[in-house]
Design a protein around this ligand. Structure first.
Ligand code: BDR
Ligand code: CA
Length: 351
């Protein structure tokens, strides 16, 4: 049965009090809030990001989706240094007419390592592809880590979902500084890791996890409900000419920007993998929040390698459940790619 179908079935079982038989699905119910009148409240999310063209598309998708309420954006050093990711995040907000969003700058380096960046993929600015005006909106006051802690303590437990789409430094620092907040998180839906696809930055590691493996280890060990979008799934949502032209032919600022970003971003992966286009990694997290039925995966144990000679940053995913270690993550592997692009294009048309 597809994961999305499980969600529907489990929601129903939950309603009649039978979830004890399916403990691995219990994390899914925290955020599906309906009032007695049957009105669904938007799900509150915080996007933790290092934009990046694919981060930008994820942020636009979230803005275009009434199912989601973006409480704030927290920036982290990753694809490019923090000053640029913080600048890019504000440019994306302004492109979408959302200068009301609080953008908090966070950690400028990994917890215990030197920063590794990826200008060779994303360009010098991190958002090469189209020239956007410098942002006018200021950064929000307060460090991203404080914003995460304060928001999770202020909002009702189980009501805020975190969407990390860069290295996990901000989230892990917040968990380390305020150990009470992990239990208040509804769900963490993150882009990072790989198993069958192995690495994109080393033979064993995916970029977001590789940049700050100590942070990833803290997050994966936090006990917070985790949904992981590894390369195994993101490499299945490849752009192609028709998909990019569909963005461009929206005839909007957002459509044009997304087409230009993906045109730029594609060249690296096409040369590296010989593929038809580029994976839109980060938007998978937001698409999952809107349409979980497009994705399928397994609830398994995932450990982070921090001391490997060749494998630092590897997500050791127990896909075949051979380790006996307790499951800590829903590790996604399958996606309806056409459904994903239809959703993305339809949503971008609303901006
Ligand atoms: C991840 O690394 C970054 O380059 C992308 O933005 C994405 O979050 C893919 O490995
Ligand atoms: Ca990213």
């Amino acid at each position: 049965m597809k994961y999305g179908a499980h969600v529907t079935k489990m929601r129903w079982l939950f309603a009649i009090g039978h979830t004890g038989q399916f403990p691995e699905f219990k994390t899914l119910f925290a955020t599906n809030k309906r009032t007695e009148a049957g009105v669904t409240h938007p799900r509150k999310i915080i996007i933790d990001t290092d934009p990046g063209q694919d981060d930008a598309v994820a942020i636009l998708l979230a803005f275009a989706s009434p199912e989601l309420e973006v409480l704030g954006i927290t920036t982290v050093a990753g694809n490019v240094p923090l000053d640029l990711t913080s600048r890019n995040a504000r440019m994306i907000c302004e492109l979408a007419g959302r200068s009301d969003i609080a953008v908090h700058a966070g950690c400028d380096r990994p917890m215990r390592r030197e920063l590794v960046t990826a200008e060779y993929v994303h360009g010098k600015s991190g958002l090469d592809g189209i020239a956007l005006p410098d942002p006018v909106m200021p950064l929000a006051e307060g460090h991203a880590v404080d914003f995460l802690i304060e928001t999770l303590r202020r909002e009702p437990p189980g009501s805020v979902t975190l969407c990390p789409i860069g290295p996990l430094t901000n989230i892990a620092t917040a968990f380390e500084r305020a150990p009470d907040i992990a239990a208040r998180v509804a769900e963490i839906v993150l882009m990072g890791g790989a198993y069958f696809e192995v690495g994109n930055v080393t033979p064993a590691a995916e970029f977001n996890i590789y940049v700050d493996p100590e942070a990833a280890r803290i997050v994966f060990g936090s006990g917070a409900p985790l949904v992981v979008m590894p390369l195994d799934v993101t490499h299945k949502v490849l752009t192609n000419r028709a998909r990019v032209e569909a963005f461009r032919s929206l005839g909007t600022k957002a459509g044009h920007a997304v087409a230009s970003w993906t045109d730029f971003f594609e060249r690296y992966d096409m040369a590296k993998y010989g593929s038809e286009g580029a994976p839109l990694h980060d938007p998978c997290t937001i698409a999952y929040l809107i349409r979980p039925d497009l994705f399928s995966g397994r609830h398994i144990n995932v450990e982070i390698e921090t001391e490997g000679r060749f494998t630092t940053g590897m997500t050791v995913a127990d896909w075949w459940r051979v380790s006996g270690r307790a499951a800590n993550a829903m590790f996604i592997g399958g996606v309806d790619a056409d459904g994903f692009y239809t959703l993305l294009t339809e949503r971008l048309a609303r901006l």
